[in-house]
Design a protein around this ligand. Structure first.
Ligand code: F0G
Length: 450
C-alpha cells in the first residue's frame, strides 16, 4: 500500500467555524492587519504555529488524571525523568514551563557582554535571550540553507568552515557554547545530519567548547536522518535520537513541539557545576527542581508524549503530510523553501508577490490574503519579524502544521485556497506600519493596506 494514513482515530472533536468574507474583512481591519490580534475562534485552519497546538493521545489524557500534584518529588516527575533519561541518555534533567525558560536559564549562566554564540540559525527567542545578556548571536548555516530553491538533504547543517573561521577570528574564549537547532526552524524546518553533528563535535573538542542542541524537533530530525543519511536506514529512530544527544553536552527543549504537549520544556545538562547553578535559577523563577513551573499532570503528559514521538508510523505520517502540502503547492506554481521541512512549509513571498517590495511587507500581504480568502492563519517570517534595521535575505510565510490535529481534507482545503490566491496574486496589496512596539514587533504591530 502506498497511501500513508493518519495513524490514529479521532475520539474527541472540536468544532471549527467558517466566517463570511465580509466578517473576515472587518475582523482583519479591526486587528490592524495583524493575525496575531485575531481571535482564534475567528480562524478556520490555524497554521500560526506547531507549538503547543498538538492533540494529546488518550494515554496522555489518562496521564493528566494520574498526575501527582505533590510539591516535591512527585511520582509524575520521576516518570518524566526516567523516560527522558532513557531517550536522551542525559543524567541531569531540569523541567521548565517552555523552551524559552530553558534558554533564559542557560544564557544567564553562559552569556554576557563580549560573548558570541554561534548556531545554524537561532530561533527568535534564543537570539533574544542571548542578546538580552549582552552577548551576540550569529547564524552559520551552510550557504544552501539560505536559498529557497536549492535542494540539499540536510539544509539545516551548520557550516564547519564558518565555525572554524569564527573561532580563529574572535578566539574560542569568547564562545561560551556552540548551539545547533534540530530541525532548523528559522531556516525552513530543515534537518541536520549526524555527519554534520560529528563534524561540529570534533571542532568543539579541538577548542574545548561545549555543544548544545536546541532540540525542540529532535524526533523529526531523526526521521529525516533515517530517510536521507547514507547507512541510517536500518537503525531505529530511538538509536538515531540517542546518537544525536550523545554528541551534545546539553540541550534546550520546548516540549510543545516533539514533546506532544500544550505546555512544558526541558533543560538537559551534563556538567555538575552547571546543573548546580541552573538549579538555583530554576528555583528562583520557575519552581522547585521536580516540577519547574509545571503541574504534575503536565509532567505526566510530557513523559507519555516523549515516549510516543519516536513512533515510526507517526513520524512517517508527520513528515509525509507536510511534504504533501509542499509538493502540491509547488505543482500549483507556488515557490516554497525546498525541500519541504518537517513541521512547516515556508512560502517564498517575494516570488508570490513580485509587485510588493520588502518595505511593503510581501509576506504580511500574503498572510492577510490567506485569511481574507479562506480563514487560514499563517505567520510572516520576513521584514515584519526581522527587518527593522534591514530587510532579511528571505521574505517567507510559514504554514506550521499542528501535530495530529488536521486531516488530509483540511490540508487539501489549504492547498486549494492558496492555489486560488496564487492565480489572483496581483490583487494582493502591500502594507505600511501604523504603530509598533520597540521589539518583537510582529506580535503587536498594526498595519494599513496600501
Ligand atoms: N527553539 C526553537 C527552534 C523553536 O522553534 C521555539 C519555539 C523555541 C526554541 C522556544 O520554545 O515557544 O516553548 O518557548 N517556536 C515556536 C514556533 C514558538 O512557532 O516556531 P517555546
Amino acid at each position: 500500500m502506498n497511501t500513508i494514513i493518519e495513524p490514529f482515530r479521532i475520539k474527541v472533536v472540536e468544532p471549527i467555524r467558517m466566517t463570511t468574507p465580509e466578517q473576515r474583512e472587518s475582523i482583519l481591519a479591526a486587528a490592524g492587519y495583524n493575525v496575531f490580534l485575531v481571535r482564534a475562534e475567528d480562524v478556520l485552519i490555524d497554521l500560526l504555529t506547531d507549538s503547543g497546538t498538538g492533540a494529546m493521545s488518550s494515554l496522555q489524557w489518562a496521564g493528566v488524571m494520574r498526575g501527582d500534584e505533590s510539591y516535591a518529588g512527585a511520582k509524575s516527575w520521576y516518570e518524566l525523568q526516567d523516560r527522558v533519561q532513557e531517550i536522551t541518555g542525559f543524567a541531569h534533567i531540569l523541567p521548565t514551563h517552555q523552551g524559552r525558560a530553558s534558554e533564559r536559564i542557560l544564557f544567564e549562566l553562559l552569556g554576557g557582554e563580549g560573548k558570541v554564540v554561534p548556531n545554524n540559525n537561532h530561533f527568535d527567542t534564543t537570539r533574544a535571550n542571548i542578546e538580552h545578556t549582552g552577548a551576540k548571536a550569529v547564524d552559520l548555516v551552510i550557504d544552501e540553507g539560505k536559498d529557497p530553491k536549492t535542494r540539499h538533504p540536510f539544509k539545516g547543517n551548520l557550516d564547519p568552515a564558518k565555525l572554524e573561521a569564527l573561532i580563529s577570528e574572535i578566539g574560542a574564549d569568547k564562545i561560551p557554547v556552540v548551539m545547533v537547532t534540530v530541525t532548523n526552524n528559522s531556516g525552513g524546518g530543515q534537518p541536520v545530519s549526524l555527519e554534520n553533528l560529528h563534524a561540529i563535535r570534533d571542532i568543539c573538542n579541538k577548542h574545548e567548547l561545549p555543544l548544545f542542541l536546541d532540540a525542540c524537533r529532535f524526533a523529526e530530525n531523526a526521521w529525516f536522518i533515517k530517510q536521507r543519511e547514507p547507512g541510517q536506514q536500518d537503525r531505529s529512530v530511538r538509536e538515531i535520537v540517542r546518537q544525536m544527544f550523545d554528541l551534545a553536552d546539553g540541550a534546550t527543549i520546548s516540549a510543545k513541539k516533539d514533546g506532544l504537549v500544550n505546555i512544558g520544556g526541558l533543560l538537559l545538562l551534563r556538567s555538575p557545576e552547571l546543573v548546580r547553578q541552573a538549579d538555583e535559577l530554576l528555583i528562583l523563577t520557575e519552581g522547585f527542581v521536580t516540577y519547574g513551573g509545571l503541574a504534575g499532570r503536565d509532567l505526566e503528559a510530557m513523559a507519555q508524549g516523549f515516549d510516543e514521538i519516536t513512533d515510526a508510523d507517526y513520524l512517517q505520517y508527520r513528515v509525509r503530510s507536510t511534504e504533501y502540502l509542499g509538493e502540491k503547492l509547488l505543482t500549483a506554481g507556488v515557490q516554497i523553501v525546498e525541500p519541504p521541512g518537517g513541521h512547516a512549509i515556508y512560502i517564498d513571498a517575494k516570488h508570490f508577490c513580485p509587485h510588493i517590495p520588502p518595505r511593503h511587507f510581501p509576506g504580511q500581504a500574503l498572510v492577510c490574503g490567506m485569511y481574507r480568502h479562506a480563514g487560514i492563519r499563517a505567520v510572516e517570517i520576513g521584514s515584519v519579524m526581522f527587518g527593522k534595521e534591514k530587510a532579511p535575505p528571505m521574505e517567507l510565510v510559514r504554514l506550521a502544521i499542528p501535530r495530529r490535529v488536521y486531516t488530509q481534507s483540511h490540508i487539501d482545503y489549504v492547498i486549494e485556497a492558496i492555489s486560488e490566491l496564487f492565480e489572483q496574486r496581483d490583487q494582493l496589496r502591500g502594507l505600511e506600519i501604523v504603530s509598533e512596539p520597540p521589539s518583537l514587533r510582529h506580535f503587536t504591530a498594526r498595519f494599513r493596506e496600501l
